[in-house]
Design a protein around this ligand. Structure first.
Ligand code: EPZ
Length: 436
């Protein structure tokens, strides 16, 4: 798969670093809000319209799964239309399940809509084991029977009955799956120790727009009162706070000055706090944010990733690039995923001075990074390597760019728009062009 959405495993990004970023960039819709909302569209019979949906590989995969289940989908401009009137199957295809863990979001909606769902272990990924025991325990609490054969699982439930569900960990995905299963359950469901991410609030607002009755998203207690039926609606997704944060950090790391529009600063309070501690100038006005850093950033000690509203794990690798250039010694702890430091070796190839012990990274700032050929191992690690290439002296080639295409809509266009000297090399697409 290559071309418009990128995603070919041979694609590379070639970056000539050292250019301070400048200009204004609008922030596209949030991948991590769009994915559960696309899954939730199965809960209403008819055509749902979802606006501000970015063109990302993960979105393409989710739409592919919905089509394989019998839905008709269309992604025009930044609007997605999903019509599940002819939903035929409840078997989530193994190949697509393995390709994207987020297909697990379909479990709740399919169970509610059809009374059963079968799926395969989505498997871990570079950042960790990615278990989904909390999802299963939540569905079982609502009355689902779950049978596990080798790698394949089948979930069945004639009727779901509302109940209190305590999450051992405020899992984003488990909170979302339980919300989607409970909206048509009989009676009331209360999720205790729920995840508080803005994407959870977006899902609540979408489900309520379809006729659900949910309160509490954004807090650690969410209450869902079951209703008889949901109806198709039209809805706009929130801006992507992780894409916004990535751009903010890139602006600071390149000593530039960038304005972000169509963003939601209140979703980025923890990052803004860390960047200001590093000496980055940040001004906020409604959905506009300006980020500039004309001097060498200062080291920041004791950054610990935690569930929202604390410092997001999805910005850990990007901030590490900024700290690798800071004046001083910083420490970062990753408490959400068990192996999310795979970018450290690649940054050290570029001249960084970072060491890792268990879930802590010790970063001694260096005056400069140097261009090199590096490999993206996962989505956010890849974004961090792009930032490093933008800040480094010389040329950086980032390989395995398909990881980055999962969460950034043509990242090279995004940064070119801000003055970056970078381009994508697509050997497959170029050969096809040459052949035509
Ligand atoms: C969501 O993943 C996001 N993905 C992730 O973003 C994000 O990093 C994560 O939340 C934390 O904020 C989407 O929303 C599509 P979790 P999710 O369930 O739902 C463990 C990105 O880069 N856990 O909160 O999978 C799990 O192993 C991606 O955009 C269980 O043990 O995250 C992990 O260590 C990466 N059992 C921790 O909890 C479960 O049943 C956090 O997982 C579920 C999770």
């Amino acid at each position: 798969m290559s071309g418009k959405l990128g995603g070919d495993t041979l694609d590379k990004l070639v970056i000539e670093g050292g250019n301070p970023l400048s200009g204004t960039i609008p922030i596209h819709g949030a991948k991590n809000a769009a994915l559960p909302i696309l899954a939730a569209s199965l809960l209403a019979n008819g055509e749902v319209q979802i606006h501000n949906v970015p063109h990302l590989l993960d979105i393409k995969v989710m739409l592919g799964i919905l089509e394989r289940l019998g839905c008709s989908t269309c992604h025009e401009q930044d609007t997605v239309f999903v019509d599940s009137s002819n939903l035929l199957s409840t078997d989530i295809p193994e190949d697509l399940m393995k390709q994207m863990r987020s297909s697990i979001f379909l479990m709740g909606p399919l169970l509610v809509r059809c009374g059963e769902v079968s799926f395969y272990q989505p498997g871990g990924c570079a950042i960790g084991e990615r278990k989904f025991d909390l999802h299963l325990e939540g569905l079982k609490a609502l009355g689902a029977d779950i049978e596990e054969s080798y790698e394949k699982m089948t979930c069945q439930a004639r009727k779901l009955i509302g109940t209190d569900i305590h999450l051992d960990f405020p899992s984003v995905g488990a909170t979302e799956n339980i919300m989607m299963a409970a909206v048509l359950a009989e009676g009331r469901t209360t999720i205790i120790n729920a995840a508080r991410e803005p994407e959870i609030q977006d899902l609540q607002n979408f489900l309520n727009a379809m006729g659900a009755s949910i309160i509490g998203a954004g807090t650690d207690t969410i209450t869902i009162t079951g209703v008889d039926r949901l109806y198709p609606c039209s809805y706009e997704i929130i801006p992507d706070r992780i894409v916004a944060g990535t751009i903010m950090i890139a602006a600071a790391a390149t000593r530039g000055s960038v304005t972000l529009s169509r963003c939601c600063p209140s979703h980025l309070s923890s990052l803004i706090h860390v960047l200001r501690r590093a000496g980055v100038q940040i001004s906020v006005s409604n959905d506009i944010m300006n980020v500039s850093c004309m001097v060498r950033p200062k080291a920041v000690d004791r950054i610990v990733t935690s569930p929202y509203p604390f410092f997001p794990t999805d910005l850990q690798s990007q901030v590490m690039v900024l700290l690798s250039l800071a004046d001083g010694f910083s420490v970062m702890k990753e408490t959400v995923f068990e192996s999310r430091f795979k970018h450290v070796d690649e940054l050290n190839v570029m001249g960084a001075d970072i060491s890792v012990d268990m879930n802590a990274a010790f970063i001694r700032g260096v005056p400069r990074l140097y261009g090199a050929t590096v490999e993206a191992t996962d989505l956010r690690a890849g974004a961090a390597l792009v930032i490093a290439g933008l800040a480094a002296k010389g040329r950086t080639t980032v390989e395995q760019v398909h990881h980055i295409d999962r969460g950034y809509d043509r990242i090279e266009s995004l940064f070119q728009h801000l003055g970056a000297r970078m381009h994508r090399q697509s050997p497959v697409a170029e050969q096809l062009d040459f052949a035509n």
